[in-house]
Design a protein around this ligand. Sequence first.
Ligand code: ATP
Ligand code: MG
Length: 884
Amino acid sequence: MMTANEIRESFKKFFEQKQHAIVPSAPMVIKDDPTLMFTNAGMNQWKDIILGTRDPEPRRRADTQKCLRVSGKHNDLEEVGHDTYHHTMFEMLGNWSFGDYFKEGAIDMAWEYLVDVLKLNPEDLYVTVFEGSPEENIPRDDEAAQYWAKHVPADHIINGNKHDNFWEMGDTGPCGPCSEIHVDSRTPEQKAASGKTGRELVNQDDPQVIEIWNLVFMQFNRKADGSLEKLSMNVIDTGMGFERLVRMMQGKHSNYDTDVFQPIIKAEEDITGIRYISEDSENSEDSEATNVAMRVCADHLRAVAFSIADGQLPSNAKAGYVIRRILRRAVRYAYTFLGQKDGFLYKLIPTLVHEMGDAFPELKAQQTLITKVIKEEEDSFLRTLDKGIALLDKAMEELKAQGKNQLDGVQAFRLFDTYGFPLDLTELICRENGFTVDEEQFNVEMQKQKERARNAAAVENSDWTELTPGEQQFVGYDYTEYNCHILRYRKVTQKKNEFFELVLDATPFYGEMGGQVGDTGVLVNENETIEIIDTKRENNQSVHIVKQLPKDPTAEFMACVDTDKRNASAANHTATHLLDYALKQVLGDHVEQKGSFVSSDTLRFDFSHFEKVSDEQLREVERMVNDMIRQDIHIDEHRDVPFDEAKKLGAIALFGEKYGDKVRVVRFGPSCEFCGGIHASSTGRIGFFKIISESSVAAGIRRIEATTGKDCEERFYQMEDILKNIKSFFNNAKDLQGVIKKYIEEHDSMKKEIEGFQAQAVERAAQRLVEKARVVNGVKVITTVLPMAPAAAKDLAFKVRANVEGSLLCVIGSHDNNKPQLSIMMSDDMVSDHGLNAGQMVREAAKLIQGGGGGQPHFAQAGGKSVDGLSAAVDKVIELADLS
Ligand code: ATP
Ligand code: MG
């Protein structure tokens, strides 16, 4: 039996022999495409070739691509774990032809690979072809059907509708019919028992008759008005689910029973003590819940670990939030069905790395980071879960008190929204306690939220208006001004704001990428000046954002970059490279860039490191960077270097970054990185480098914020001014630190002295009051009104009590800074035998000072607003005590 690794290799070998260039998987997390957060198909990384903005050579390519289908157009999340053949993260094996072979080649090769090489039984294979769409005037894909007929009998070819058999990149853009290959993997007994042929079960959600390979034939381009035109270059794009193929090859009936997942599931069994029941054993019914949970954990572990390795940490927004939700889904299943009340997933990482670390070295290299991040996420979600459960318990208690047995949907939604409690968990807990949940209302709330999100994100693009065909040439590494024409433009509407995107034939404008902000500037000619407010990078080209179109879009322009801004952000970018280098020197080789932001006035650098960077280390880093600045090292730039050669130059590549076949390498002395950004011509241009803060962004990730050049100079002036002011407070003392220290010591000792005097004063006052006490019916009564701070008054009250034997009622009216205070102190027998309560009396009497308060039965205090009423309030207390 072939192992998963052998099957992966055989695919690559087969297509290599068919003259395909075998290319690496692109990262699963997409950084520079506003329309897509995660790679969800092999073709994503070829989007620019298909759209015609990148050189298609080599025209035949093949790879295995890490995909994630948890958001947007492809979202399988809710299926995962419940069925046995959809994953969040999976590998998609694919082969491409960009204007080379078309339908016949693709069909022949797919068949040859599955049947001749892998020896799958042709009787179990079914293929689909597009049935056509009369309203769109597209005929049935007879061409594909005719090529299939060479390999399979007619009853194995099935017509499919637009939903299954017509592929579109998006609302607009390349599209075309497709042919899927389905496998009937039922056992002979199952076939006999069902009485249905494989043909009848294709695309019917039968877990044993599933699609494994989709061959897409792109031949149209859809325009914004919905009409189709012929694509200038036909494209073959195929995708085969690797885990499904492995299952077929290993004769299993669930992806989870293959060697892709079994080791992880074994590890889950070892930790939980629960047995996983494979699809092929009897009686899997009882264990359905635990089985699902174990599948969910095995699957989600991969998705989360790979995305962290690709640089996407769980967080509160966008892609990070998607990852956080996947992780939380796994934690919830482990918590509810596998009894895991503490972190669990992170314990499975050694197994995952052991199994996949060779094929995906990014996992192995970042094992510590992945473990730390997952553990921390698990711990924090489990705390939230506890809090949510406590809230739910309270809500159910209240419902019970009201004699109700249904939790309303708004509350259920709040639990979902703020505590990550999905409806089914809330329902489960409610059910266990005899409650139901108003599901309909929950769905209404959910719908409302979705609409809010959709309205906020809605972007409308019109078609590109082509003025001249052609590709853009980027000249920004060498020029900041350049003659140009507009190639094409389109209108974009977002949140009711309208702007235009321009593509120029040649541009010095750098589009936002790799953390560096896009350039701003102007397009000018003698007739007009158009402001470029931002530049984005899309499909390998700079897209210029303008508020209005030129009156004559076909005219020649000079594109001029705002050089002050550009020079400042270039210097900051160079500074991040030096910082990266210095951090590795000072902290060690585990330092790995995890994100950066570079603009004209600031720079931010995130990196993996597992503890706080000490002040001494930060200073060492600063000294090292500033030293390199003073050496004024010139940029040593290599463009269009083949990837492998760049590695040989010692350039540092980032995990999760997508690199082409040819790359740019930027070196400043010992610092050498893969980088497409704009840099200073020499390090001296940075001027000076100063770290402003060092903090934690997530488990295992630190962030440094720093400034350079002019900003440092301004900060220095500010500090100097502050220092000068402070000096002048101290008569420009030479030894400022010594003088301030002396002042602090003097201040402390004076404070102590004052406290001593106050205590003595209180002591004396207490004695005087006790001496003056009246006796009413055997009770010593003390009243007084005097100026005194509230704390001292309390002190006084307790001193009086300590100095009086027998029954006591002491009422002190004190005032401080025009604020009155009333304090009542009694001996315990006044409470027990006379039934008095200082708290009640003080509240009543405090009305006379326009205030309120309270306390214990024997001692209470109240503050107020009116000092004038103080004596009356003291008398009121005596009156309330009614001792006569
Ligand atoms: P299905 O109908 O089974 O969801 P699909 O139509 O979404 O499949 P495609 O978008 O055509 O699939 O993707 C190509 C191939 O990738 C499929 O034939 C299948 O083998 C595999 N695949 C798709 N989605 C998943 C998934 N969530 N997990 C594992 N493999 C998948
Ligand atoms: Mg699907």
